[in-house]
Each structure stands twice: as structure tokens, then as C-alpha cells.
Design a protein around this ligand. Structure first.
Ligand code: UD1
Ligand code: CA
Length: 455
């Protein structure tokens, strides 16, 4: 098979985004848009990938990593000029080059594949991916002759009245015969409304040389939208969200209200999981079978066990065991591990702590830098006092211990196996196993004193 090259255009600033963040780094469902493009490209066989960088080059290179080579476009003189920068790596090479924009994150690997297939079947020198847009404003229009052959692309800003009525748009994605591409690029001028070297001008140049130019019309315009401002960014977010949710539903996940459920592209969800409205699940999160998530729950970079139930809670970078219940209103901060069948109740904050299997922290507690064993009961209102104003200290609670309500455990401190702490204690010294520890003032009742005071 002929060699395949890819050129990804990612040098622009994205002026219309009005942002400090470079356009192609703006996230769509949590993943930078250029990364969506690269992920989809990787699904088709590409022998060499070259990304054109300029604005924010360092950050873009870091984001994409070593799957691509990089060439810098020092001045952003247009998409044609951008592709020309790849000359140093691709000139004279034999094969097909796909050019994609870093701001069309919804195009799928299947569409790239279909474009390649069409281009190769037609034996064209250039094939444009086109689509029919309900509102083509801003896009380049595809001009065809009477025989319906593609003649050229006209940019919105250069189009006359009749041309503006055309609804077939250039998606900014093309396949080219590599050598024909670089040959034609030499002839592109910047004599147009924007004073830029337009890549689409290559089409007319090749036509004028009587080379074969083709178009592949996809019926899914939504997939091809180019993100130039935040209005379209929000549209892309919505389309991507729907696409991801549909896939999970088809795989056996119940999503009660897909319009109000946000699942990132890297999230994995097992069969018969139910997700309630208002849930946001992002990052490298994995959710095992039969779990129930939400409503109104935010989970980032977590592993959630089988049949876990998580309600109205926020969880970050943590591990939750099988059949665990969390919430409502729990806050699980990074590096927390919750063992199987443990219960974390309402208004509980856990930070960098391990909770052993079947242990319970049912209400109103702060547990930080703590290791809790199995079958421990932590009473309502218990606080691990882990910070002395300067340093953080650790608490250890061994298996089967019982911590009475409203206890302060002043770290560093450890509570032995099977020990009992009386309610209201402030524990500052280690408690041995099997001991009962009481650390609070004794109660005195002064008979009749209250009525005397009130007189
Ligand atoms: C471009 C096409 C238009 C098409 C549309 C599809 C041109 C002239 N026009 O318009 O026909 O309908 O995409 O979305 O190509 N870039 C560079 N260097 C530059 C200029 C741009 O790397 O000098 C990159 C941008 O970062 C961006 C991509 O090329 O990722 C497209 O540029 P943009 O300015 O968004 O082009 P459009 O005006 O959308
Ligand atoms: Ca664009």
C-alpha cells in the first residue's frame, strides 16, 4: 500500500476565541480539541504525522507528545503557508497526505478512512471532505461546474452573492498526492480578502493543470464543524457529550437524563451501571458493573467498585471498593482508598486516607492522613486533627475499634485494635488495643442550682 502522511494544522492563535488559551488546546468534554483530532487520526494507518505549530507551540507539542513530528510556522500567513512548512519533512515523498485542521475535533477515524478510500479509488490528486451545512456562514464554499465536478473553493469573505448561497462547505480536511500538493503550494498567492495563503487554492491550481480533483461528501455535517469561537465550542461539547453517552447506553449503561450527564472520553463504565442526572464523570475514571452514580455527583480520575452507590458527592483521584456507599454530600479528596462494603455517609470529608473493609464513617467527619483498619466505626462528628499549623501528621485506627461521637484524634496518634474511645474525647496519646479511653472532663450535677440562679 502507498505511504500515508498526515499534516495537522495547529499554529493559529484562534483570535475569535478571545482567550488566553490557544485555540487547539481548548477542551471539548475535557480533552484538548487537537488531541481529539490526533486520537481519531491514529485509528487510520498513518506512516508519518507532522503537526504545524506556532502560537503556544511548546504547550501544543507537550500535549500531543511523540506520536507526531513538529514543524514551526513562525508567522501565521494562512493554511497554505502552514502546510508548506511541512516541506522540510515531506517534500519529494511518495504517497497520500491527509491535511486536517486542529479545530475540527468531531471528525471520526471512520470518516478519515472513508476519505482515504474514496481518494484512492478515484485515483485523484486531491480529494476534499465536504458537507452540506444548514448554515454555511464562515466556511469556504465548494464551487462545482455544470458537470458537478469540483472547480475550486471560495472563502466566505471572498464569495459573491451567488456563491454565498451554496450550502456545500469545505470541512478543511483533504487528501492529496503528496508531491502534487507541494508542487501546487508554490503557486498559491495571498491575493484575497484576508491577504493569506489559502490551502484550498491548491484545488483550483490542480484543476487548471487538468489534474483529477474529487470531493467526498459526508452526510454528517455535525461531525465536521470547525471551532472558531465559543458559541461553536459549546455546540461541539454538546455533540461530543451526546456521542459519548450514546455509546455507553448502547453498551448497557443506564443514563437517566443524557442531556444532563457529562462523561469524558476516557471514562470506562461497566454493564448495568445507572447514572442519575447532573453527574460529571471525567479523567481516567473506571466504574465497575452495577454501580449507581448521582444525582449531582462529580467524579474525576477514580476507580469505582462493583455495586458502589455514590450520591451527591465529589470524588477525586481515589479508589472506591465494591458495594461501598458514599454520600449524600461527601467530599473524597485525592489519594483516598475505600475498602469493600465500607460506608461513607453525609457531610464526610476524606483526604489521603485508607478506610478498611466494612468500616463506617457515617456522618459529619473529617478524616485526613489517616489509616483506618477493618470494621471500624467512626462516630458522628469525629475529627482527625492532622495539622498543627505547620506540619501534617498521621492517625492510625486499627481493626474493630469504636470511636465515639465528637472525638478529636490529635495526630500523630494511634488507636489499637478493638479499642473504644468514649464520646467527646480529645485523644492526644496512643490508645492500646482493647482499652477504653475517656478524655473529657467529668460531669458534675449541682442539685437545685439552676432554679436558684433563675431567681
Ligand atoms: C478554513 C478553510 C475553510 C474551511 C474551514 C473549515 C482556509 C483558507 N479556509 O477556514 O475553507 O471551510 O477551515 O473549518 O483554509 N492555521 C495554521 N496556520 C495559519 C492559519 C491557520 O496553522 O497560518 C490552522 C489553525 O490553527 C486552524 C486551522 O489551520 O487549526 C484552520 O484555520 P482557521 O483560521 O480556523 O480557518 P477557517 O477560517 O476556519
Ligand atoms: Ca476554523
Amino acid at each position: 500500500m502507498a505511504k500515508r502522511f498526515a499534516v495537522v494544522l495547529a499554529a493559529g492563535q484562534g483570535t475569535r476565541m478571545k482567550s488566553k488559551l490557544y485555540k487547539v488546546l481548548h477542551p471539548v468534554m475535557g480533552r484538548p480539541m487537537v488531541q481529539h483530532v490526533i486520537t481519531q487520526l491514529k485509528q487510520v494507518q498513518i506512516d508519518e504525522m507532522v503537526t504545524i505549530v506556532g502560537y503556544g507551540a511548546e504547550k501544543v507539542i507537550k500535549e500531543i507528545g511523540n506520536v507526531s513530528e513538529f514543524v514551526t510556522q513562525k508567522e501565521q500567513l494562512g493554511t497554505g503557508h502552514a502546510v508548506q512548512q511541512a516541506e522540510t519533512l515531506l517534500l519529494d515523498k511518495n504517497g497520500t497526505t491527509i491535511v486536517v485542521c486542529g479545530d475540527t475535533p468531531l471528525i471520526t477515524g471512520e470518516t478519515y478512512q472513508a476519505l482515504f478510500d474514496h481518494h484512492e479509488k478515484e485515483e485523484a490528486k486531491a480529494t476534499i471532505l465536504t458537507a452540506k451545512a444548514p448554515d454555511p456562514t464562515g466556511y469556504g464554499r465548494v464551487i462545482r461546474n455544470e458537470g458537478k465536478q469540483v472547480e475550486r473553493i471560495v472563502e466566505h469573505k471572498d464569495a459573491n452573492h451567488d456563491e454565498l448561497l451554496i450550502d456545500e462547505i469545505n470541512t478543511g480536511t483533504y487528501c492529496f498526492d503528496n508531491q502534487a500538493l507541494f508542487e501546487a503550494l508554490k503557486e498559491v498567492s495571498n491575493d484575497n480578502a484576508q491577504g493569506e495563503y489559502y490551502l484550498p487554492d491548491v484545488i483550483e491550481i490542480l484543476r487548471n493543470k487538468s489534474e483529477k480533483v474529487s470531493a467526498f461528501l459526508t452526510n454528517d455535517f455535525e461531525e465536521t464543524i470547525g471551532i472558531n469561537d465559543r458559541v461553536v465550542l459549546a455546540q461541539a461539547e454538546k455533540i461530543m457529550k451526546k456521542r459519548i453517552n450514546l455509546e455507553h447506553m448502547r453498551n448497557g449503561v443506564t443514563i437517566i437524563d443524557p442531556d444532563n450527564t457529562y462523561i469524558g472520553p476516557d471514562v470506562q463504565i461497566g454493564q448495568d451501571v445507572t447514572i442519575y442526572p447532573g453527574s460529571i464523570i471525567r479523567g481516567e475514571t473506571t466504574i465497575d458493573e452495577d454501580a449507581q452514580i448521582g444525582p449531582h455527583t462529580e467524579i474525576s480520575d477514580c476507580v469505582i467498585g462493583k455495586s458502589a452507590v455514590i450520591q451527591q458527592s465529589v470524588l477525586m483521584d481515589s479508589k472506591v471498593g465494591n458495594e461501598v456507599t458514599v454520600g449524600p454530600y461527601a467530599y473524597i479528596r485525592p489519594e483516598t482508598v475505600i475498602g469493600h462494603q465500607a460506608k461513607i455517609g453525609h457531610f464526610v470529608e476524606l483526604k489521603k486516607s485508607t478506610i478498611g473493609e466494612e468500616s463506617k464513617v457515617p456522618h459529619l467527619s473529617y478524616i485526613g492522613d489517616t489509616e483506618i483498619g477493618r470494621n471500624v466505626n467512626v462516630g458522628c462528628g469525629t475529627i482527625t486533627v492532622n495539622f498543627d499549623g505547620k506540619d501534617k501528621h498521621k492517625t492510625k485506627i486499627e481493626d474493630d475499634a469504636f470511636i465515639g461521637c465528637n472525638t478529636n484524634l490529635v495526630a500523630p496518634v494511634s488507636i489499637g485494635e478493638n479499642a473504644i474511645i468514649a464520646a467527646g474525647s480529645t485523644i492526644t496519646k496512643n490508645v492500646p488495643g482493647n482499652a477504653l479511653s475517656i478524655a473529657r472532663a467529668r460531669q458534675t450535677n449541682k442539685e437545685g442550682y439552676a432554679s436558684r440562679l433563675k431567681k
